[in-house]
Design a protein around this ligand. Structure first.
Ligand SMILES: Cc1ncc(COP(=O)(O)O)c(C=O)c1O
Length: 393
């Protein structure tokens, strides 16, 4: 008997993370004494704001260390419902909210609850690399809808609507987007809502985890806020990881149709139970506390995003439209060399620059660079990339 022969078919189809492969190689080179510059981070480089840490520490000291309700701390659910109602303009009550182990578990739970074997999940591409894998784990079939780097990855809504057939069950929206950083404008959200109205059997999952990371004067609009008539078919995923620099805390949430939330809660109660009780008290403090910390981090990302975009645009051969959200740039390689996996491997070996190839995000001709790094690191990365481009093209 081999280990391979006893692994379930369901899990066999999972793709190992190519993001981790590059990071592991970068680390190995660093340990071997190489000078490595990394623009590969997928998380804030800030510490969690002090008042949030204080609230969780106090909770630990106060004995908030036991099991809690599977759906989440009632006060936190209430605060999330209020935030969705008042800030996102999505009328929500506490029963429509499930607190999860990060945004990722919100997506996992939703897909498990909504998808049957062979159901199609329509995913605009480039996409966050976990969507197709989580869909497949739930028996779903990911259907990618490509968009083009030349026009800044505008949603291809005609192609999206044409892909809808009786097997289609779910559409994924992610704005601001990872890996592109694109903020979906309100006219596209309205057009998507029209598609939903024409297709009453389709549900939508909208992942808004980067909602606070926006360029100056840019506004985040939630899909459910502009389509309250079909709100029961729109599931909002969000979390504390990116806006409040709380990636390791593992607190996120799923909001939408109360009946579905009830079933997702039952699923969670039989898998992970409640989210860490004192981490939830930290999340509650984040929601109720001052928002200045978010604004400060966002201002810093805005400066760095511009630095990264301006630097990349100076490199001839790169195709890139400036984006207004998250902390990524997703430039396209010059025609003739569009294999981003080979390019990112070469960049790491030749100039010691770590970037993430676009292939696992559904676009093999692009690569993801992160500005969740200091100005010096970004400038250093740009210098190395220029050097490599000069030697190749
Ligand atoms: C688009 C997107 N959605 C969801 C997540 C998951 O976030 P969390 O850490 O809250 O699980 C990430 C994390 O990188 C992400 O980029």
């Amino acid at each position: 008997m081999t280990a391979q022969s006893i692994i379930s078919k369901r899990v066999m189809t999972l793709k190992p993370s190519q993001t981790l492969a590059i990071s592991a190689r970068a680390k190995a080179l660093q340990q071997a004494g190489r000078d490595i510059c990394s623009l590969s981070a997928g998380e804030p480089d800030f510490d969690t704001p002090e008042f949030i840490v204080e609230a969780a520490t106090k909770a630990l000291r106060d004995g908030i260390t036991r099991y809690g309700p599977a759906a989440g701390d009632p006060e936190l659910r209430e605060a999330i419902a209020e935030k969705l109602t008042n800030t996102n303009q999505i009328p929500t009550n506490k029963e429509e909210v499930l607190v999860t182990n990060g945004g990722k578990q919100a997506i996992y739970n939703l897909f498990q609850v909504l998808l049957n074997q062979g159901d199609e999940v329509i995913i605009p591409s480039p996409y966050w690399l976990s969507y197709p894998e989580i869909a497949k784990l739930a028996g779903g079939k990911p259907i990618a809808i490509p968009s083009s780097p030349e026009d800044g990855f505008k949603l291809n809504l005609n192609a999206l609507e044409s892909a809808i057939n009786p097997k289609s069950r779910l559409i994924i929206l992610n704005s601001p987007g990872n890996p592109t950083g694109r903020v979906v404008p309100i006219n596209e959200l309205k057009a998507l809502a029209e598609i939903l109205r024409r297709n009453p059997n389709i549900q939508v999952m909208t992942d808004e985890i980067y909602e606070y990371l926006l360029a100056e004067n840019e506004k985040h609009t939630s899909l459910a806020a502009i389509a309250t008539d079909i709100k029961d078919r729109i599931f909002t995923v969000n979390g504390f990881a990116k806006g409040w620099a709380m990636t390791g805390w593992r607190v996120g949430y799923l909001a939408g149709n109360q009946e579905i939330i009830k079933v997702a809660t039952a699923l969670q109660s039989q898998s992970t139970s409640n989210v860490c009780s004192f981490a939830q008290r930290g999340a509650l403090a984040a929601l109720l506390g001052p928002k200045i910390c978010i604004e400060e981090m966002s201002t810093t990302y805005n400066y760095r995003r511009k630095l990264l975009f301006d630097g990349l645009k100076e490199i001839s051969g790169i195709t890139l439209k400036e984006q207004k959200g998250a902390f990524y740039a997703f430039p396209q390689l010059p025609i003739g060399n569009q294999d981003s996996i080979s390019f990112c491997k070469l960049a790491l070996e030749k100039v010691g620059l770590a970037m993430i190839p676009g292939t696992p995000f559904g676009e093999e001709t692009c690569m993801r660079l992160s500005c969740a790094a200091s100005n010096e690191t970004i400038n250093d990365g740009l210098k190395r990339l220029k050097l490599l481009f000069n030697s190749l093209y």
